[in-house]
Design a protein around this ligand. Sequence first.
Ligand code: F6P
Length: 327
Amino acid sequence: MKKNINKIAVFTSGGDAPGMNAAIRAVVRTAIYNDIQVYGVERGYDGMIKGDIKRLESRHVGNIIHRGGTMLRTARSEEFKTEEGRKRAYENLKNFEIDACVAIGGNGTFTGAKLFSETYDIPFLGIPGTIDNDLYGTDFTIGFDTAINTAMEAADRIRDTADSHDRLFFIEVMGRASGYIGLFTGIGAGAGGILIPEDDMDVEQLVEKLKKGVKRKKLFSLVVISEGNMNGGAYEIAEKVKEIYSFFDTKVTVIGHLQRGGSPSCADRVLASRLGYGAVLGLMNGESNKMVGIIDNELAYTSFDDAINKTKTFSKDLFAVASILGL
Ligand code: F6P
């Protein structure tokens, strides 16, 4: 069903991710191409509640495709979780005569949009923008590719010094409850061990793996740890390993917010451009309260409910690859 949309609002919310700017650019330019006016909301839902809403023209999104962060700024809004906050946001959108919204963010962002849609009649279309790659309904989220490349490059540098000193390094990456960043970074960096939330490898098993390496004269090693894994953070795990097996001189690097910044990779820019285009197209075609993603290289629309609640699984071969190659 074609929908008559004259004005849309776009915003970014939750943790920033490289490629969000490219997505904003794509939304603005696709909308303008289709004679739709665009308004940018600053700092996500907080800005919607405060009425920080400004008209965006094509020139406002020039020279941003290569920039990390988000030109619209972002926030994790506590106020939007309240009925009063959502009511104020709705009133502001109505004042600007907004017909539909494009929300760029992750789990929290879409949870907010879903709550809003239960009471109010302004349709939302979500674009998955998070480094975590933890959303069902898209093969990849915007920012993931850049983040894993940043983390992998950091791990490569650590490898040099780990090798020179025969040291064991524990490298902690983000991902919240998802091991995507850890698994991809670990495979890409040739890690000797990878601990992620989706796997039940404990410290004893990790030590056994490391011992096998030592038997084969492997005198340095990198272990990539996802922040949400069951054994704790990198510092804690390093301590536990040391208690069981004191052979290695161990060091810890927490990559932290380094992996959230920086210029987006080409893959993220292309993904963001396609999804920004797909979001506007979806709204014009009457899609509502769905996330646009890419599945098997085609645009796909998934309900917010499924995007948030269904679990995105790994291809099985990834676990095998990680375990066989990282000896
Ligand atoms: O969701 C993105 C993310 O970077 C997670 O990987 C991480 O757990 C969290 O955000 C960190 O949040 P903050 O920037 O608020 O510390």
